[in-house]
Design a protein around this ligand. Structure first.
Ligand code: OFO
Length: 175
């Protein structure tokens, strides 16, 4: 069984992961509107990853006899002034999520919930990668400055990101 405190905290984190998916989906829509398909692709892959993160916690709760309670999501931003501003926001968001994960690990330790702690260790490592990925793009965009050609090159590069894209599941299949 799982304690009420951990159950609540994990439910809160499911909301945060779904909120991350919502934010990146909004960014995907922004990049689509800006005619930057590579960046939109990057954000669609990121959205799918966030959904998988939420489901990891969802499944953990189910396996532990906890109850999943989904919560309302805040409306994400709609517009950014530049690709740099969007990726800076993504980086900042990942730093925020890392802090939350670290707090959850502390809580799991305090409650002596070792299964939750082990499950959360995966997220600790994942967050290092999440921050690194976003920061790398921020740094490249800063280096490119106002170069339009540079932006198109980077868009192509980001379009090569591996992974499943959100919205791709039913392509060619039945609804
Ligand atoms: Fe779930 O890692 Fe990003 O937010």
């Amino acid at each position: 069984m799982i304690s009420k405190r951990i159950e609540e905290a994990l439910n809160e984190q499911i909301k945060e992961e779904l909120g991350s998916a919502y934010l990146y989906l909004a960014m995907a829509a922004y990049f689509e509107a800006e005619n930057l398909p590579g960046m939109a692709h990057w954000m669609r892959v990121q959205t799918q990853e966030e959904l998988a993160h939420a489901m990891r916690i969802f499944n953990h709760l189910v396996e532990r006899g906890g109850r999943v309670k989904l919560q309302a999501l805040a409306e994400p931003a709609f517009q950014w002034n530049s690709p740099l501003e969007a990726f800076e926001a993504a980086y900042k968001h990942e730093q925020y999520i890392s802090e939350r994960i670290h707090k959850l690990v502390e809580l799991a330790r305090a409650e002596k919930d070792y299964p939750a702690e082990v499950m959360l260790q995966w997220f600790v490592a994942e967050q290092v990668e999440e921050e690194d990925q976003a920061l790398k793009v921020v740094e490249m965009l800063r280096r490119l400055g106002d170069s339009g050609r540079g932006l198109l090159w980077l868009d192509k590069e980001l379009g090569k990101r591996q992974g499943q894209r959100v919205g791709e599941e039913n392509q060619g299949g039945e609804e």
